[in-house]
Design a protein around this ligand. Sequence first.
Ligand code: F6P
Length: 550
Amino acid sequence: MNENRPVSSDAGVEDLKSRGETAIAKGIRSLFTENADRFAAFSVRHDDLLLDFSKTALSRDDLAALLAFAGTAQVEARRDAMFAGARINATEGRSVLHVALRGRPEDGYTADGETVGDEVESVLAAMSRFANGIRNGAIRGATGETITDIVNIGIGGSDLGPVMATIALSPYHDGPRAHFVSNIDGAHMADTLARVDPATTLFVVASKTFTTIETMTNAQTARRFVAAALGEDAVGAHFCAVSTALDKVDAFGIGADRTFGFWDWVGGRYSVWSAIGLPLMIAIGPDRFREFLAGARDMDRHFAQAPIEQNLPMLLGLVGWWHRVAQGHPTRAVIPYDQRLARLPAYLQQLDMESNGKHVGLDGRRVAVTGPVVWGEPGTNGQHAFFQLLHQGTDLIPVEFIVGANAHESDPEMRIHQDLLLANCLAQSEALMKGRTLEEARQQLLDAGRSADEAERIAPHREFSGDRPSLTLLYRLLDPFAFGRLVALYEHRVFVEAQLFGINAFDQWGVELGKELATGLLPVVQGKESAATRDSSTAGLVAAIADMRT
Ligand code: F6P
């Protein structure tokens, strides 16, 4: 495998950029006119998960060029290296093996030549025993009461995955209530503590490093909350921990029997499948959690084995790269038409932007363009907020619609909700693609009885350019298997795009500077050190804070 493979400045990229520009000029509607069955050629189905990317400006030739570019960028070879446990996280010298967390023994995953399946299974078994104990009341609080609430204390990858998944799988939630505290803002912890009883609450301190300032500060506050209500001796019965830093957990005072480990070959934003998923497991039970893992494994196998032109993560990654690099769109909207995926956009922001927001390639060279800004909110709410700009704004923003054919709420009275949800989702992608011509807008106004003058004046405001790209992911029902498969699809998509950008998706040096400066600014904010050496903005703000605090 060639580490110095082509990056964004190479000839293949330039050809694709020129194709991207031509495609924007040609539009999407005309492609549907030319090929009445475009859907058949530009959609791929893996069991009951369908990707429709026909409403993009890709021609057959463009797609062929993209697939060839994936070959040049050695995406399949890099994928195979990841699955084989190679240290593809080159800047940190680590393997990248989150796929092993959902593997089966026969998958034979290894890191540094050692099989990892047994360790993974042993932690899963320990988590399951603990989760079952909490759920069935065998493990209780210090006063002997059963646990009714769990509070996960973590941030970034130690929060976003579990919180997203717990909401997504709420129809399967039959364990204690789950709460999540991430922000250093004391309001987050205070509001949560106000809702729970210390005698019936379990705190899960989740931190890969067990040094993250937000998590450690929040954990100490929770510890004081328990100790104040129940006494210092009660603390142990109300805490457990998830970390790779077992010595630091021990120093915090959480017992080994309540500590669930994972490994440095699991990146924080890829860790929901590990013990970081403990709150989800307690909420839905170990069996459902295993179904979630099985869904992800299904996608892993598909990614590893399906031919590239039928491979969902490959295609999703290639289309994403096409929009970002070949067509130059700086953002992409992810719009789940599924209220229970409300936190998916936030989760994807970390997964995608912390992975692919990099300016230096694996070969040490500057990279011209990497990941887009990822953002979104559930539909239909977004329709009544920012869709105006998606349809008529001056930027083209590719949209990713995500929707289930079925809802859990399937009784006849609720059926209308799902029908309307689906109709709206389809309508939005159709409207983005088709638009409405000036002539159509004018005629509509005349048909509605407006005068010719009025129709002339108002029609431009009611014109929609159309030719705005979107893709749609459709699944049968958001059950644990389908949800695991969807999340793994996005993980692998981010991987594919990283290979096309030529960057390492698995480090995150870009978060360090702010952390270092915050450490230095704490004594300044506290008035223990002068702000005189800071820039005038920072110094001015420090002075204003001091003024407003008196
Ligand atoms: O600040 C970024 C980050 O390192 C993420 O990558 C990570 O998910 C998060 O902080 C939390 O880290 P930890 O699990 O070590 O507390």
